[in-house]
Design a protein around this ligand. Structure first.
Ligand SMILES: [Zn+2]
Length: 226
C-alpha cells in the first residue's frame, strides 16, 4: 500500500493561543487568526473538529491502534521536562487507543519539515519557528501519506514556545498545552466550545472534555474501520 501512496512533505499544524484567565490588558491577549491552521470547517461532530480531511471527508489520522514513536529534543526544555512529557503522553494514551511512546532524545530540529521518522517533540522560539510569534503556546500536527485508499499519518511535530508567558500558567497548564498539541498530531482540529482542551484559546482548562474524548473516539473509528 505504501508504494502506491504519495507523500505530502508538509506538516499540518494547529496552534493554541494563550489567553489569561484574568484580563491583564496585555497586548499578548490579541487573538490570533488561525486561517487554515484551525481545522476543517464543518468537520467532526459535537465539540470537536478534524485538523485535515480526505476528499471523502474522513479525518486524516494514524493506523488502527498505532504505536507512535516520539523523539524528544531537550534543547530549551523546562526543568523536569521528561516527567512533563511522560505525563502528557500518559494522559493521551489513556484516553485513546493510539499509543505515543518515547524512543529517545535527539538533536533534530526539523520541526516543520518532517517526511518520516518519529514524531519530533521539542521547544523553540519564534525566531526559529515564526508561527510561535505572539500568543501562540505551541504547534502540533502530522505529516501524512495519501493514496487511493485514503490517508494516514506517518510522523509529526510538537513544538512548544520557550517564551510561554509563565505568569499565566499554573502547574498543569504546560502539560495541557502538550496534550493539546498531541491531539493535533492524532488529527483533531480546534473546537469553538471553550470548555474543551481543543479550544483554540487556553482559558485554564486542563483536562480533556467530552468533545475532546468524542473526537478521539471518532478518529479511532475511522482508523479501525475495515
Ligand atoms: Zn491548537
Amino acid at each position: 500500500m505504501l508504494a502506491t501512496m504519495v507523500i505530502l512533505a508538509m506538516v499540518i499544524t494547529g496552534v493554541i493561543a494563550v489567553s489569561p484567565v484574568v484580563d491583564f490588558g496585555d497586548v499578548r491577549r490579541t487573538v490570533l487568526t488561525h486561517d487554515r491552521l484551525d481545522g476543517v470547517p464543518g468537520s467532526g461532530g459535537e465539540g470537536y473538529s478534524y485538523l485535515a480531511t480526505t476528499p471523502g471527508g474522513a479525518p486524516v489520522t494514524w493506523t488502527c491502534e498505532a504505536v507512535i514513536e516520539v523523539e524528544v529534543n531537550p534543547q530549551g526544555a523546562p526543568e523536569g521536562y521528561a516527567e512533563l512529557v511522560d505525563s502528557a503522553l500518559a494522559t493521551v494514551n489513556e484516553a485513546s487507543s493510539f499509543t505515543f511512546e518515547v524512543v529517545g532524545e535527539t538533536d533534530d530540529r526539523t520541526f516543520l519539515d518532517r517526511g518520516a521518522g518519529p514524531v519530533l517533540l521539542g521547544w523553540a522560539d519564534e525566531e526559529e519557528v515564526p508561527d510561535l510569534a505572539g500568543p501562540v503556546a505551541g504547534l502540533g500536527g502530522a505529516s501524512y501519506l495519501t493514496g487511493p485508499r485514503g490517508a494516514r499519518s506517518v510522523t509529526g511535530t510538537v513544538v512548544i514556545d520557550t517564551d510561554l508567558p509563565r505568569g499565566w500558567f499554573r502547574g498543569m497548564d504546560e502539560e495541557a498545552v502538550l496534550v493539546h498539541e498531541l491531539l493535533h498530531v492524532l488529527g483533531l482540529g480546534h473546537t469553538e466550545e471553550s470548555g474543551q482542551l481543543m479550544a483554540a484559546q487556553h482559558h485554564g482548562q486542563s483536562e480533556l472534555g467530552e468533545g475532546d474524548l468524542a473526537g478521539l473516539a471518532a478518529l479511532e473509528r475511522h482508523a479501525c474501520r475495515p
